[in-house]
Design a protein around this ligand. Structure first.
Ligand code: 5AD
Ligand code: SF4
Length: 457
């Protein structure tokens, strides 16, 4: 019987969290832990959490309760909560979610092996360093302005596609957002380290990378800015596709547009969060741009890359948002016609500036819900129209995985999902498919061989 320790990590939230889970697995692997997909086999169960909306946190609290079952008969199993919600709630989590042994924020993952060892072999005679609590759990919540996990070998499982974090934290203070308070200020990795990593990924068979940062285009290190880094990554021999997420509209410059347009491996796809279509709301969100400035940037992008696929994030029901302001957001959606959109109802996050707005300004939940539903409907209609107009095109997809209902799933350059029939040996490779049907949001297609590929979004 193997005595190797096993770690199971469940991930919630954004791509940054997926990437952090890969780092945690890497840190644990260096200490002899194997990764497992089965919590029932694990010695360590971690839930890597998101704090961006209340709903995400509720789900985690429920899940931590469920995970207790895997301790039955195995009292040594350690259950930990990591990530943004851990940082936000700290020791309160030990009380609110019964049976949590470890609460660890996003800057402290290097301490995982040490803290796990302390929990598994407690030394009651000595005080445990680093926030031991009455409940017997450990909390590690220190911010480290220099921690960017340089030197940690992430454990990746995504095959031909890889997330590459280039930045942690955020220097903006959008009034609704908890991120700066749980991930701290912006810190950027050295370009040499990033490029080294990309070279190594390519040597391991990776053909697509997505550069990650909270405001990825504000990247700056020793005279390198984001367009320069993007160009350098795009030119690493063997790289076929480069994406990045998420840029902030501020600092989204003509230079960046030129880098996207001129580098053939940079996907003609852009996620540019707008949040609201009205200047007064944008101002109160402290977004620091106007609707006109946003639209101007979209115009640059479309001028340079007419085939670009665009997506965005929007929040409705921000405190004080009037019906008129909400309608301006609907109008913006109709003007830009996004290929994809992530649409949210404002969620109050304790500790953010928006919570200090007068209560009477808060939009009642039923009103916010009605606004959200109508916005989703509007977006879906536009999305379906765009996607129907693409039917019949032949393009390249990078094959990601088998679909649940059989067949394969691939992604276009524009980041759209296509389901098609094919052998699983195609996973990790490019295939040429013709788009034959659409659900509105995703496509079905047929594989075609030896067909010229049209470059479309
Ligand atoms: N409520 C609702 N949505 C939020 N987002 C960030 N904070 C909140 C909040 N308090 C959304 C923004 C952001 C995306 C990742 O999540 O649209 O771009
Ligand atoms: Fe949050 Fe604004 Fe920073 Fe994005 S830019 S992570 S929305 S504070």
């Amino acid at each position: 019987m193997s005595t190797q320790k096993k770690a199971y990590i469940e991930t919630y939230g954004c791509q940054m969290n997926i990437s952090d889970t890969e780092l945690m697995h890497g840190i644990l692997a260096a200490e002899g832990y194997a990764a497992t997909e089965k919590p029932e086999d694990a010695d360590v169960i971690l839930v890597n959490t998101c704090a961006i909306r209340e709903h995400a946190e509720q789900r985690v609290l429920g899940r931590v309760g469920q995970l207790q079952q895997f301790r039955r008969g195995r009292p040594d199993v350690v259950i930990g909560v990591t990530g943004c919600m851990a940082q936000r709630l700290g020791a309160d989590l030990l009380d609110r979610a019964g049976g949590v042994d470890l609460v660890m924020g996003p800057d402290a993952y290097r301490q995982l092996p040490e803290k796990l060892a302390a929990l598994r072999h407690p030394a009651p005679a000595l005080p445990v360093l680093g926030g031991a609590t009455a409940a017997g759990g450990l909390t590690v919540l220190t911010f480290d302005p220099f921690e960017n996990y340089e030197g940690v070998e992430a454990r990746r499982t995504s095959g031909a596609s890889a997330w590459v974090p280039i930045q942690r934290g955020c220097n903006y203070r959008c009034t609704y957002c908890i991120v700066p308070y749980v991930r701290g200020d912006e810190k950027n990795r050295a370009p040499e380290a990033i490029l080294d990593e990309v070279h190594r990924l390519v040597a391991d068979g990776v053909v697509e990378v997505t550069l990650l940062g909270q405001t990825v285009n504000s990247y700056e290190h020793d005279g390198w800015d984001f367009p320069r880094l993007l160009r350098a990554v795009a030119r690493v021999p063997g790289i076929r596709r480069v994406r990045f997420t998420s840029p902030h509209p501020n600092g989204f410059t003509r230079e960046l547009v030129a880098a996207m347009a001129e580098e053939p491996t940079v996907c003609k796809q852009l996620h540019l969060p707008v949040q609201s279509g009205h200047d007064r709301t944008l101002k109160r969100m402290l977004r620091r741009y106007t609707v006109q400035a946003y639209l101007e940037k979209i115009a640059w992008v479309r001028e340079a890359m007419p085939e670009i696929a665009l997506s965005t994030d929007v929040i409705v029901g921000f405190p004080g948002e009037t019906e008129k302001e909400y309608h301006a957001t609907l109008e913006l959606m109709r003007t830009v016609r996004f290929d994809d959109a992530y649409l949210y109802k404002y969620s109050l996050r304790d500790g953010t500036p928006a919570t200090r707005l007068p209560r009477k300004q808060f939009v009642p939940d039923d009103v916010a819900q009605t606004r959200l539903v109508k916005l989703i409907e509007t977006h879906r209609e536009i999305q379906a129209q765009i996607n129907r107009s693409e039917l019949g095109r032949t393009l390249e997809v990078l094959v990601e995985k088998e679909a649940k209902r059989g067949g394969l799933l691939g992604r276009t350059e524009g980041n759209k999902v296509v389901a098609f029939a094919g052998a699983s040996t195609l996973i990790g490779h490019f295939a040429t498919v013709r788009l034959t049907g659409t659900t509105g949001a995703t496509f079905s297609g047929e594989r075609v061989e030896d067909q010229p590929v049209q470059r479309v979004a």
